[in-house]
Design a protein around this ligand. Structure first.
Ligand code: 13P
Length: 256
């Protein structure tokens, strides 16, 4: 973390877990566990149908609400899609794009991720753009090359002014939901490389200001060590964000 130049963010990704009606009691349980004043930006991302309740019940805990996906289209005949405008209207502040589960199960490519990020920026929602390599790519020593490509593609056409409202999350696919965390050195190496790509694209100042999160089996035990790395500005947390005590411990791990 480097609090002088950038925001520290702890964001949960609930994926397709929980229900909207469970949010109230989750927040009641979380509230006394969170430090006051809050040491960082705290976000919980849920499926679109739950965002409204997250906005409502998150307020008291100062937890910002985020969605997990968005349509690249502004509006129209796209049955089942949810637009950035709709998310904005119900109070979403953040939205994840390009999560590896969407890339894998819904065949989302880098161009689509870029279009979705732009659709969000247009409506003043902060995209949390996910990038990450597969185990095969890591074993073939292609990690940095592949991540560089993903970051460049995702940010294509996004201006330096817009970049101030963009968050990048490095999530190695092999670490997601596997209990296998990247070592803090591995995570730092890639987050530092991402900042380097941004420096080349936008210059030193925007690169210094962009928050880069790590995600992939981050938990109450390993969070402090990961967050101690200079280029890791927070976490995108799956499983551990569903447990109030674990999530609160991760938030507290930013107080170092
Ligand atoms: P886990 O923390 O469950 O590994 O999930 C990480 C993730 O995919 C967050 O977006």
């Amino acid at each position: 973390m480097n609090r002088r130049y950038r925001k520290t963010i702890i964001a949960g990704n609930w994926k397709m877990n929980m229900t909207a009606s469970g949010i109230k009691s989750f927040m009641q349980e979380l509230k006394p566990l969170l430090p006051s004043p809050k040491p960082c930006e705290i976000v919980l991302c849920t499926p679109a149908v739950m965002v409204q309740n997250m906005v409502k019940f998150g307020k008291d805990c100062k937890v910002a609400a985020g969605a997990e996906d968005v349509s690249k289209y502004e509006k129209g005949a796209y049955t089942g899609e949810v637009s950035a405008d709709m998310l904005k209207d119900i109070g979403a502040k953040y939205c994840i794009v390009g999560h590896s589960e969407r890339r894998q199960y819904h065949h989302e490519d880098d161009m689509l991720v870029n279009a979705k990020a732009k659709a969000l920026i247009e409506k003043n929602i902060i995209p949390i753009i996910c990038v990450g390599e597969s185990l095969e790519q890591r074993e073939m020593d292609l990690t940095i090359e592949y991540i560089t490509y993903q970051v460049k593609a995702a940010l294509s056409g996004i201006t330096a002014a817009q970049l101030r409202h963009v968050v990048i999350a490095y999530e190695p696919i092999w670490a997601i939901g596997t209990g296998k965390t990247a070592t803090s050195e591995q995570a730092q190496e890639v987050c530092c490389a991402i900042r380097g790509v941004i420096r080349k694209m936008y210059g030193a100042r925007p690169a210094r200001s962009v928050s880069i999160l790590y995600g992939g089996s981050m938990n109450a035990k390993n969070a402090a060590e990961l967050l101690a790395q200079p280029d890791i500005d927070g976490g995108l947390i799956g499983g551990a964000s569903l447990k109030t005590a674990d999530f609160a411990t991760i938030v507290k791990a930013t107080m170092q």
